[in-house]
Design a protein around this ligand. Structure first.
Ligand code: SF4
Length: 456
């Protein structure tokens, strides 16, 4: 499958060929020979620590053994039965701090088994073979007998889709209400393009929906087109998987200047542009933040042709939430890192940002009197997201849902303060990984199933 990524690079210091290369798949998929060789390195540990390190609890030694014995469909089923978005997670999970970090081979100073790459090797052919065939009997999952129960899901991101798939599998009829025009949430809009090439997020959703019993209504905004109280009346249960709809602000003068852009918005523009060269990028780009979104934005700015990209963080490198691997990738892409600095003022006329140096005093971050400036014609902010409370609470004087510290409060069984209303993913966890949202959606579907079946 070939996707043209560049039409013209007039006015850019970069060629179309470079853009094509820069936005090609970050990782080369394993060949069959490589996969079998890698699978044979696994010790198939009893009580395998890698399973516990995976938030979705995939039986890793079993799926690796299935690859080694040429049972690729069985291997994919082992993965997808715990993590229906195993394809995205194979591409975007920070395996270096999850399953691969816990691999026992690390203890003998060997490279850990490449679990993420093997997962992709198993899942990709199954997704490719199911999509477009319209032969539902080929789908690796089948639905149980229909229960006649109806579930409404708000949000077609990883948590909502995972919940939908599991609930449909358990025999319920699912309707998803999604505010955007496409499904996938951050998988579609918030991950670097070179991690999700060839429209993978959409192909994965198409595969997931192939189980049947799930309808998606697009461009349906909560508290505008659909209301929680109405859904409670019309459906037997509701699952909220709305993610975090707002971004944190820098809190500086001139923040509304058009040169200051939310990094997720920038990533979204790149992801949605079939011609990557149509996305505007500055010459001197500053990225404010320290997580994986900041890194994804910084590297992509550089790969679009920005001359200088500098990532600025108010603390030190150890405090960054981006993984060591991601930070290293940024450095290898010529992204400069500046620590102990906080934005103070933006000067649009001079195209520069003024920073105050920071310091740690008795464990607390403090601003100093020292300042410096950096040239900046584009500033990407990646300082975290927060729950958009207005998007969900219908009447602030009489809140319909318990929300504490910007998170929807849930029980161990994912039930909110409202009976029959469940929630999962970033709107309950805060900014977290796709794999955690998938696990939340799956677990919530089982709780919802118990609730619906107890109703008779
Ligand atoms: Fe295989 Fe490593 Fe998991 Fe052991 S810890 S089962 S060697 S992947």
């Amino acid at each position: 499958m070939s996707f043209g990524l560049c039409n013209s690079t007039t006015n850019r210091s970069i060629s179309c060929k470079e853009i094509e290369e820069n936005f090609a798949d970050l990782h080369h998929p394993l060949s069959q020979l490589q996969a079998k060789a890698e699978a044979s390195r696994c010790l198939y540990c009893y009580d395998a620590p890698c399973i516990n390190a995976c938030p979705t609890g995939i039986d890793i030694p079993t799926f690796i053994h299935q690859i080694r014995t040429d049972n690729i469909i069985g291997s994919a089923k082992t993965i997808l039965s715990e993590n229906i978005m195993g394809g995205t997670c194979a591409r975007a999970c920070p395996t270096e701090i999850l399953c691969e970090q816990s691999c026992v081979l690390n203890a003998s100073l060997q490279e850990p088994v490449k679990i993420g790459a093997l997962q992709r090797f198993a899942v990709d052919p199954v997704i490719d073979s199911i999509n477009g065939t319209k032969e539902k009997d080929k789908h690796p999952f089948t639905r149980q007998n229909e229960t006649g129960k109806k579930l409404a899901i708000i949000g077609a991101g990883p948590a909502g889709l995972s919940c939908a798939h599991r609930a449909a599998m358990l025999g319920h009829e699912v309707t998803i209400f999604e505010a955007k025009s496409k499904p996938g949430g951050l998988n579609e809009y918030g991950l670097a393009a070179y991690k999700m090439v060839d429209d993978f997020a959409q192909r994965e959703v198409e595969f997931l929906l192939g189980i049947g019993g799930i309808r998606v209504e697009y461009s349906k905004h909560l508290n505008k087109d659909v209301f929680l109280t109405q859904l409670q009346l019309k459906y037997d249960a509701v699952f909220i998987g709305i993610g975090l709809g707002s971004v944190n602000k820098l809190g500086i003068d001139s923040e509304s200047n058009t040169s200051i852009i939310d990094a997720i918005e920038f990533i979204q523009r790149i992801r949605q542009a079939s011609d990557k060269s149509s996305v505007k990028v500055g010459n001197n780009v500053l990225v404010i933040g320290a997580g994986n979104t900041a890194i994804d934005a910084a590297i992509q700015a550089k790969r679009l042709g920005a001359t200088h990209v500098t990532l600025v963080y108010r603390r030190d490198e150890q405090a960054m939430t981006a993984t060591e691997w991601e930070v290293d990738l940024a450095r290898r892409n010529d992204v400069k890192l500046v620590f102990f600095a906080a934005p103070d003022k933006y000067d649009p006329a001079g195209a520069k940002m003024i920073f105050k140096k920071t310091t740690i005093d008795a464990g607390k971050l403090k601003l100093t009197d020292e300042s410096f400036e950096l040239p900046a014609d584009m500033i990407l902010t990646a300082i975290g997201q927060k729950l958009n409370i207005d998007s969900i609470v219908e009447d602030k004087r009489e809140p319909n849902l318990k929300i504490v510290k910007g998170k929807i409060v849930i029980s161990e069984r994912y039930e909110t303060s409202l009976k029959g209303v469940y929630a999962g993913g970033d709107c309950v966890q805060g900014d977290d990984l796709t794999v955690q949202a998938v696990q939340d959606g799956k677990q919530a579907a089982h709780s919802i199933h118990d609730y619906l079946m107890a109703q008779g």
